[in-house]
Design a protein around this ligand. Structure first.
Ligand code: YNC
Ligand code: MG
Length: 413
């Protein structure tokens, strides 16, 4: 059983489908909220992490680098960069109180973390003001001591204090009860390295040389001479509009204001010029638009972010450089018969292929994507392979029937 999750406002296993979407427990008025955090075990204290302070950002970075999510056989561990954390943790309207840590009283060492950021979700026809909970982490030495529920309760209290009573979160772990489940797909770029670190294997009936050849990508993007360029500030309005119309096609998606689009699509691109490595200093995000050369209208955009993993126990390599497909949208979706005729699938193949080409030039080792949005039909064509990793999506204190995921169209990111 789930001692903790059984007490929480989430759908419990075997409850059956809800008749109506809506909250599970009512929001509490401010005077009914606890004004103090629950006590921690002795020797530990609560802290708020100030992400603007480079020293505290570094503490979070180091905690996660050594203790965050690993794959099933402990070969790889996510290694979010400090710049990534800053980008993810400080969107418009963020609350520093939602960046929560636990320290050892005596030496102030940071031993646990959990975070939330504000997000407006559309879940089917409802707009839900929520927090997105991420980066829950307890150092390895303190595992299995029921510290995670204490962190979750405290971040919930902090969200409630700001008037937020719903949340979204994801995890590889299976809990009561996912609204959707997606599978990770992987597209090899640097085959020799992926073989060396045992991220991938030579299948029977293939060879290393054949795999290298199969994964080779063109030098120039498909849209290179038809309006492809990096997104800029002047595109915010058009991208916000295209994003909204495109995401409306799915059961669930974040709603983004122009300010959020500016933050999530422009603030992660690093500083200075693109160097010989084809990256900017501190770049975590790549966002490209296709601008119709005649009308100057943005017809498409796509994006991916950088999330390296530490390679555990490999003598030759310490880091696997992975790019992850992020949001995209295309006007092709609104043409008549776009799906039935295959036009949407072909357009997305061209766009995602350009993302692969750009990622190859920026020296990423592998390109990952989830089975959500319109991804599935395009992935196989582009030589993505199904991985063993699943990502479950959860809603806190919001009831809705299961959303399309896996083989269908999920909407979330
Ligand atoms: C997890 N990932 O089931 P039961 S994802 C949620 N998400 O409770 P203990 C989790 N719950 O089953 P440990 C969870 N992992 O008895 C475990 N739990 O009811 C539940 N790993 O606690 C678990 N990061 O402290 C059980 O477990 C209880 O020492 C057991 O600590 C867990 O960020 C953890 O994978 C994950 O650092 C901290 O293993 C630790 O094992 C660790 O004895 C590596 O806890 C890193 C890792 C998780 C990444 C993520 C999303 C987190 C969502 C949390 C839920 C948010 C709810 C909404 C709150 C806001 C509401 C509003 C408004
Ligand atoms: Mg624990």
């Amino acid at each position: 059983g789930h001692k903790f999750w059984a007490t929480q406002p989430v759908p419990q296993y075997g409850e059956g489908l809800p008749e109506q979407d809506g909250l599970i427990e009512p929001s509490k008025p401010p005077e009914e909220l606890k004004q103090q955090p629950d006590p921690l075990p002795k020797d530990f204290e609560w802290t708020t992490l100030d992400i603007n302070d480079p020293a505290q950002l570094k503490e979070v970075y180091e905690l996660l680098s050594a203790n965050y999510v690993e794959d099933d056989d402990a070969s790889f561990r996510f290694k979010y960069s400090a710049e990534f954390l800053k980008w993810a943790l400080q969107p418009p309207g963020y609350h520093k109180e939602w960046h929560l840590g636990v320290r050892v009283v005596t030496n102030k060492k940071l031993v646990a973390f959990i975070s939330g950021v504000p997000v407006t979700l559309r879940v089917r026809q409802n707009e839900v003001k929520a927090s997105e909970i991420n980066f829950l982490c307890v150092i390895k030495k303190l595992r299995h001591k029921r510290l995670a529920p204490v962190l979750i309760r405290e971040v919930t209290r902090q969200c409630n204090l700001k008037g937020t009573f719903q949340a979204i979160y994801t995890g590889g772990i299976f809990l009561p009860t996912p609204v959707s489940t997606c599978r990770y797909y992987h597209r090899s770029i640097n085959v020799p390295k992926l073989l060396d670190v045992k991220f991938t294997f030579v299948p029977r009936h293939s060879t290393r040389a054949r795999m290298i050849l199969q994964c080779r990508l063109p030098q120039t993007p498909h849209f290179a001479n038809s309006g492809l360029r990096e997104m800029e500030e002047r595109d915010v309005e058009q991208v916000t509009d295209l994003y909204k119309r495109y995401m409306d096609r799915f059961d669930m998606s974040p709603l983004m204001s122009a300010g959020e689009v500016r933050h999530y699509f422009l603030s992660g691109k690093g500083t200075g010029e693109v160097g010989p490595s084809r990256r900017r200093e501190g770049q975590v995000l790549w966002v490209y638009v296709v601008e119709d050369p005649e009308t100057k209208k943005i017809t498409d955009f796509f994006s991916f972010f950088s999330l390296p993993s530490s390679v555990i126990g490999n003598l030759k390599y310490s880091v696997l450089d992975a790019a992850y497909l992020y949001y995209y949208a295309t006007e092709t979706a609104f043409e008549p018969q776009a799906e039935e005729s295959g036009a949407l699938k072909r357009r997305l193949e061209d766009l995602i292929k350009d993302a692969l080409i750009i990622a190859d030039q920026a020296k990423f080792d592998v390109f990952n994507a989830l089975t959500l949005m319109d991804n599935v039909p395009s992935l196989e064509q582009l030589k993505f392979g199904a991985g063993d990793g699943l990502l479950n999506y959860y809603l806190y204190n919001w009831r809705t029937s299961p959303l399309a995921g896996m083989e269908g169209k999920g909407g979330v990111q």
